[in-house]
Design a protein around this ligand. Sequence first.
Ligand code: CA
Length: 730
Amino acid sequence: MKHKASSENKSFFVFFLFVALFVTACGDNDRANNSDSPVATESQVNMVPPVDATRIINADREPGNWLTTGRTYDEQRYSPLKQINASNVGRLGLSWYYDFPTNRGMEATPLAIDGVLYVSGSWSMVYAFNAASGALLWQYNPGVSKEKALQACCDVVNRGVAAWGGKIYVGTLDGRLVALDAVDGHVVWEVQTTPKDAAYSITGAPRVVKGNVIIGNGGAEYDVRGFVSAYDAETGKLNWRFYTVPGDPSQPFENPILEQAAKTWHGEWWKIGGGGTVWDSMAYDPDLDLLYIGVGNGAPWNRQIRSPGGGDNLFLSSIVALRPDTGEYVWHYQTTPGESWDYTATQHMILADLKIDGKTRKVIMQAPKNGFFYVLDRATGEFLSARKYTRVTWASHVDQETGRPVEAPGVRYDSGVPAVIFPGSQGGHNWHPMSYSPDTGLVYIPAQQNLGVYADEVDFSHKPGFYNTGVDWTKATLPDDPKQRAGVLSQFTGFITAWDPVAQKEVWRFPHSNLWNGGMLSTAGNLLFQGNADGQFVAYTADSGKQLWSFEAQTGIVAAPISYSVGGKQYVAVAAGWGGSLITFGEVAGRSKGSVNRSRMLVFELDAKGELPEPVPFDRGTPEPPVLSADAATIQRGDDLYHTRCFACHGEGAISAVSFIPDLRYMSAQTHELFKPIVLGGLYKDRGMPSMAPYISNEEADLIHTYLISRAHQLLAEMQKRPSGQILEP
Ligand code: CA
């Protein structure tokens, strides 16, 4: 799949050598030859000084590398490379690919460092490749128990690794932080960062700031209390921890600001944790010496259960600025006071200097789930502006004076009437990274439209270690009537919006057929790259949104691409593999690719002619349900139980939208016979299906089984109407 370098590439190579020499001459001896990676051999890797603060802060001096998850500490996800550009991107082809040994979702942004590509995958595995040839240098499997899948709200994904001092850091699904040797992948140190038996998980990429590895965690759909920790990059020693929500006020507060925060809470919130997990975004400003963390939703979601009597519930759904050396609080801005809809502020944050009203402002920008695009002063947290970037009905606007949203009536579902609002819990934008191009001045948001149905769970009781949203999911199922159903489904869409953050308005939009599309990369070549839910990896012009090139990836892409160069040649890389929280949304997440999800590393270069193997046809077979002998009321009881106990993994309506999660309507006769041993006995625990005995009684298991049998018969009837086969194939 390799080909000879063109003369154009050679001159690019010479140019980079010149830049490298120039940088050296300017006294940056510690970064000699790092502006590109002329030779990608292991011995060469050893000769290059390891990633440190100087290298990351000056990342623009070595545009051929991608040193931290957002490329730079300001997390702009913009590549200064332009060998691949709008005039030649049509010649882009597959350079190499690698089939990951798992077919679950891929959400990681790779790192490209001195000729080596590092990427994490599902089950927190890590891979290192020769970035030019694709040869696997090493891989690491932390051996996460498959049963942990039950405590991963949103798939067993991982969003990336961090690099520092010759080590590669990964957070694992079961809450460990692991330091690996960058050369051979052996474990240098490992620490458990979360209480071991609690429902915490780690899916986010660590950041390393001033020798501290900063790591958060997830679990606010369950019953945890959010925090972010800093570990010494060399030794793994815990340096500080910042809790995002107050604990039991009868105990001493961990820091003074939590005493203030506790005044915004009521009731006994600490008993179910309170939530506020820092499960993804961070950014760092070295000049201001501020670390920014994005804080998630409440646990439970429903504020009237979490904090009866109301309150803002700080620091839920907030951007919080901390001192990276100590974890000391500096400022916060809360996007959604009194969060009650899973409106996390964990979405990607970008730092930039913008000219606003004739003044250069140091800003931080975020498009959190709640549907507003925020611009804040990042030195002080001052609210500058917010506008809707997607359909939003829960609030009319954000008040310019107070910086607080003006809520629509009834949105808090506290008067017995469910709230049907835009956006739903998938958010107007989720974790999929944005990109900011200093060339166009635009922020590219992988945005989406979706609605949520929120109903109070009137008989809520805390289920330790399990889903505790306080939302009655039985009220949120799709209508059975096909026309009504299609009407609701049509409200779930996705699009790229190219957003002017100064004028707070959309400049161009590219519509997608589905929501849950991939993260963004903009480049100096006037290009914007994005993979999408339809399984295409696409290049657009960054200034106008014109589609220039696409590649059939055979699987939905959700991760963000990067660009790097080795030996004077520019590459574009993306981890492909459909997955993440949307997969549990049944038909909403359905894609008609007709192939098995294949998680792959895909790397592209100009004039490469590589091809993927033919996709493997996917067939779930024929449902083999036993005879249905239950009345409608019994089936409905099973339906309700399914949609409180099972749907979070197996999908709304027992429809699986992905090949790697069984669609329970297709159960074979043998699986029906083994139903209780599987569900209550843990027969398939090594496949990611733990025993549900703590949460489902024997009688309830029978009722759920009855519902699934009825769904299988419904499917058989539909299949008879459509002799070509299934109605939905992942
Ligand atoms: Ca959440």
